[in-house]
Design a protein around this ligand. Structure first.
Ligand SMILES: [Zn+2]
Length: 475
C-alpha cells in the first residue's frame, strides 16, 4: 500500500497527486554533475532536494527505481553548443588526461554524496558508458526526419519540427530568433536547434571521441540523458528532476528528442530544485552560486570551517526546495546551532525509543507524513518534529520512536553520534593548501608564496581570510 503524495509538476505548473505509470513503482531520473571540477554547495542543494524526494517515495511505500547520471563526456561550456569542451578545459587546467579528471572529480562527488547521507541510486550511469545508445537515438531521429547536418560541425535537431518545443519552458522562440546572431553556429536553421552529434574537427585528435555512422565525433550534451533514462527506465519516466537552470535548454531538448524518437510522453512529472543564492553584498554582487562566478563554496570548505555535512543538510531542509535559499556564514551558524539544540533534545529520547502505538503518536506521524507528502514540505515537517517534542502527553519512548521514523526521511543521522568535523580534504591540492597553512604559521612567506603560485599554475587562486582560514577558487 502506498501513501498518497502530491508534487509540483513544472510541466503543468501545479501541485498534482503523484500517480506513476505502474502502480506502486516510481521511476525517477536525476541529472548528475559534469565531472570536470568540484561540485559546489549550490549543486549539492539540488542533490539534497532529490534525495528528499527519493526518501519521501520510499517512506510512502513506493518501489523506487532511481537513476543518477555522471556526465563524463565533454559538453561545451555554452548552452549553444559552442565554446570549449568542459572536460578538456579541466584536463588542461590540471595537466591530467580527461579520463583522470573524470575519475578524480567523480570520486570527489561520491564522497560528498556519502557525507550528505544521500541514498545510493538504483544505478549510476555514465555518459561514456552509453555511447551506442546515444548513437541509436540520433539514428532514430535521423530516420524520422527530425535532423539535418551542418557540414564540418554536426548533426542537429530541427526544433521547428516539434511544434510543442516552446511549451515546456514557455520560450519566446520569435525573440530568440531575432536575438540570434549570425555566426554563433553557422548553418543552424533555428536559434533553438541543438547538436545531437558533433564531428571531431578534421586533422585533430580529441581526447574523447568515438566512431559513428557519421564519422568520428562525440555526442551533444542532451543526448546522454534521454538515452540513459529511456534505457534504464523505459520510454516514459515517472519523474525527471534537476535544477531550475536546466529547464529552458537541457530539459526542453531532452523532451523534444525523446518524444520525437518514441512518439510517447517522456516524463509524467518534472521537478526542479531552486537555487542557492549568495546574499547580495554592498557592491550588489551575489546571485546564484556558480563555478563561473569566481569563488565557490564546496562541502570541504564548509567542513574546513568547522561545519558538519549534516549542518548543511539541515540548512537546506529549512527552506522549501522551490524557493531560493540565501547562503551566508551567519545562516550556516544558525543551522549548526539549531541542529545542535535539536540533537540535545533527541539524543536521550532515541536512547529510550519504544514503538509508535498510541493514537496521539500515530496522529503526530500522520501530521509528519502529510507535511512531507505535500510537495516535500520539509520546513513544515521540521515544525511538526519540534511540536511533537514539546507534547506533554506523549511518552518519551514514543517520542524516540517517532524521531527514528521521521529521520528515515529527514536523513539527518539523528541516531548516530554527531559527526566529527572532518578536516581532511581530498587530493594533492588540499595537501598543498595544508602545507601552505603550515608555512604561514612558520612565517615562511617564501614557501607560502611558492605554493600560491603553484596552485595558480594549476588554476586555483587562494584567499587568506581575516579569521585565519584560507578559501580557494578556480581562476
Ligand atoms: Zn540531464
Amino acid at each position: 500500500m502506498t501513501q498518497e503524495i502530491s508534487i509540483y509538476n513544472t510541466a503543468t505548473k501545479q501541485v498534482e497527486p503523484f500517480v506513476p505509470l505502474a502502480p506502486g513503482v516510481a521511476r525517477i531520473y536525476c541529472c548528475g554533475p559534469t565531472v570536470y571540477h568540484f561540485v559546489h554547495i549550490g549543486n549539492l542543494r539540488t542533490f539534497i532536494f532529490e534525495d528528499l524526494l527519493r526518501r519521501v517515495l520510499d517512506y510512502s511505500g513506493f518501489t523506487v527505481n532511481h537513476i543518477v547520471n555522471i556526465t563524463d563526456v565533454g559538453h561545451l561550456t555554452s548552452d549553444a553548443d559552442t565554446g570549449e569542451d568542459k572536460m578538456e578545459k579541466g584536463a588542461a587546467r590540471e595537466g591530467k588526461s580527461v579520463w583522470d579528471i573524470a575519475d578524480y572529480y567523480t570520486q570527489s562527488f561520491l564522497k560528498d554524496w556519502e557525507r550528505l547521507n544521500l541514498k545510493q541510486p538504483s544505478a549510476w550511469t555514465k555518459a561514456t558508458g552509453h555511447i551506442p545508445e546515444q548513437i541509436a537515438l540520433v539514428q532514430t531521429l535521423e530516420a524520422k526526419g527530425f535532423t539535418y547536418t551542418i557540414p564540418d560541425d554536426g548533426i542537429y535537431f530541427d526544433t521547428a519540427k516539434f511544434p510543442r518545443y516552446a511549451d515546456f519552458a514557455g520560450l519566446d522562440l520569435k525573440g530568440m530568433q531575432e536575438g540570434h546572431r549570425i555566426g554563433v553556429t553557422e548553418g543552424k536553421r533555428n536559434a533553438s536547434d541543438f547538436a545531437l552529434w558533433k564531428f571531431s574537427p578534421p586533422n585533430e585528435k580529441r581526447a574523447m571521441e568515438w566512431e559513428s555512422p557519421w564519422g568520428i565525433g562525440f555526442p551533444g550534451w542532451h543526448a546522454e540523458c534521454s538515452a540513459m533514462a529511456m534505457k534504464h527506465l523505459g520510454d516514459t519516466l515517472d519523474i525527471h528532476c534537476g535544477g531550475t537552470d536546466l529547464i529552458r535548454v537541457h530539459h526542453t531538448n531532452e523532451i523534444a528528442q525523446s518524444e520525437c524518437a518514441t512518439g510517447k510522453p517522456f516524463s509524467r512529472y518534472w521537478m526542479h530544485g531552486s537555487w542557492l543564492v549568495e546574499q547580495p553584498t554592498a557592491d550588489g554582487a551575489g546571485g546564484k552560486m556558480s563555478k563561473s562566478s569566481g569563488e565557490f563554496v564546496t562541502l570541504d570548505l564548509l567542513i574546513e570551517k568547522g561545519y558538519g555535512a549534516m549542518d548543511y543538510r539541515f540548512f537546506c531542509l529549512s527552506a522549501h526546495y522551490r524557493q531560493y535559499l540565501n547562503f551566508s556564514w551567519e545562516a550556516m551558524d544558525t543551522a549548526r546551532d539549531s541542529l545542535k539544540s535539536l540533537r540535545r533534545k533527541t539524543d536521550p529520547l532515541i536512547a529510550r525509543a519504544s514503538a509508535i502505538a498510541s493514537d496521539n503518536a500515530l496522529g503526530w506521524q500522520k501530521r509528519f507524513r502529510a507535511a512531507v507528502g505535500d510537495d516535500l514540505g520539509f520546513p513544515q515537517a521540521l515544525a511538526v518534529l519540534n511540536q511533537m517534542l514539546k507534547d506533554p502527553d506523549l511518552l518519551e519512548g514514543e517520542k524516540g520512536a517517532l524521531i527514528r521514523d521521521f529521520d528515515a526521511v529527514l536523513g539527518l543521522r539523528l541516531e548516530e553520534k554527531p559527526e566529527r568535523a572532518d578536516t581532511a580534504l581530498p587530493g594533492p591540492l588540499m595537501a598543498l593548501l595544508d602545507e601552505r597553512k603550515q608555512a604561514r604559521a612558520d612565517k615562511n612567506w617564501k614557501r607560502s608564496d611558492e605554493i600560491r603560485d603553484l596552485l595558480k599554475s594549476k588554476g586555483f587562486g587562494v584567499k587568506d581570510n581575516p579569521d585565519g582560514t584560507t578559501s580557494w577558487f578556480p581562476v
